[in-house]
Design a binder for this molecule. Structure first.
Ligand code: 3HC
Length: 302
């Protein structure tokens, strides 16, 4: 019947083999959740040291997830070992896409580097492979230009920490086919995420609201209206946010925040809320990048 044909077509399109390029916070988190949810995953990074660090982070995080799901005992141990058995690593991006149904890119936020990568992968990957970028600030359409598969290209934007945050933004460019969009959405659900549909606009949904919020918080401090600590306390206790804007900026990385705003400022010079902040510039230039560097707006134990 028509229905079972459609169903078997959907099954054939289901994403089973996933290649994640980049083993930073986001790449490792995406690879981890894909492995936990039964996908066969290859996590790639050109830097073997980064791969080693990511494997350690993943092992720690899977244990936390297992403990939360199953407590202590055999079931938790089985969940950890089965998840890890589905995860391979590689330093060769081109070789790792040969049997991929989906490639998720989470490398450095640099358009040229991303385009070079996708151009190479476009030649190496099977025709059916869907390409997606986890970029938070570069237009998906500009990255997709490097390939001949605009209909099989989109954005899959996750949130840090990936194993905990329930949202996945599924971004379509005008050329993204409905089959591709449906497959990306179905995969997001298979990953245990709730998906929202986004257009290829700056910041998609979450960062378009979150980044101006964080920058307005910095401006309040620059204007001498409140201290970072009081702003954080106010937003946690007065607006129910799990972290205040300064804690969140330290958590996401001040370098990342600066990178996002600089890119948008360049593309939209007239939007005042996208203009650079002297205080953030100063902290970043001093190497104070937040939790990961030991200091940002706050100091952290290394
Ligand atoms: N792996 C697995 N589990 C983790 C984890 C990780 N990396 N981090 C936290 N968890 C689990 C913990 O085990 C804990 O489980 P429990 O409920 O069974 O105890 C639970 O999550 C809560 O963790 P904690 O008790 O350590 O700490 P909190 O309750 O303060 O929660 C938080 C931590 C989930 C990070 C919370 O503070 C939060 O939601 N913060 C806001 C995060 C946010 O807004 N992220 C989006 C940033 S924007 C972004 O990523 C986009 C990019 O483009 C910039």
């Amino acid at each position: 019947t028509r229905r079972s044909l459609a169903q078997s077509a959907a099954m054939a399109n289901a994403i089973k083999n996933v290649t994640v390029i980049g083993s930073g916070l986001m790449g490792a988190g995406i690879a981890q959740v894909a492995a936990q949810t039964g996908h066969s995953v290859t996590m790639v990074d050109i830097d073997p040291v980064a791969v080693g660090k990511a494997e350690k982070r993943i092992a720690d995080s899977i244990s936390r997830v297992a403990k939360k799901k199953f407590g202590e005992g055999d079931e938790a141990t089985k969940f950890v070992s089965e998840s890890l058995s589905r995860l391979r690593t590689s330093t060769d991006a081109v070789a790792s896409v040969e049997s991929a149904d989906l490639v998720v890119e989470a490398i450095v936020e640099n358009l040229k580097t991303k385009k070079e990568l996708f151009s190479k992968l476009d030649n190496a990957a099977p025709a059916h492979t869907i390409f997606a970028s986890n970029t938070s600030s570069i237009p998906i359409a500009k990255i997709a230009e490097a390939t001949n598969r605009l209909d099989r290209f989109g954005g899959l934007h996750f949130f840090n920490p990936v194993p905990v945050m329930k949202l996945l933004e599924v971004v379509r460019i005008p050329e993204t086919s409905s089959d591709t969009y449906d497959a990306m959405t179905a995969w997001g659900k298979a990953m245990g995420k709730v998906t929202v549909e986004c257009k290829d606009t700056p910041g998609f949904i979450v960062n378009r609201l979150l980044v101006p919020f964080m920058f307005e918080a910095v401006r309040m401090v620059e204007r001498g209206e409140a201290s970072p600590k009081d702003v954080d306390t106010a937003m946690k206790l007065g607006a129910g946010h799990p972290m205040g804007p300064f804690e969140l900026m330290d958590y996401v990385g001040l370098d990342t925040g600066k990178f996002i705003i600089d890119g948008w400022h360049k593309d939209y010079p007239d939007v005042e809320i996208f203009s650079p902040s002297p205080l953030l510039e100063k902290l970043v230039s001093e190497g104070k990048h937040g939790v990961k560097s030991g200091e940002g707006f706050y100091k952290y134990k290394k």
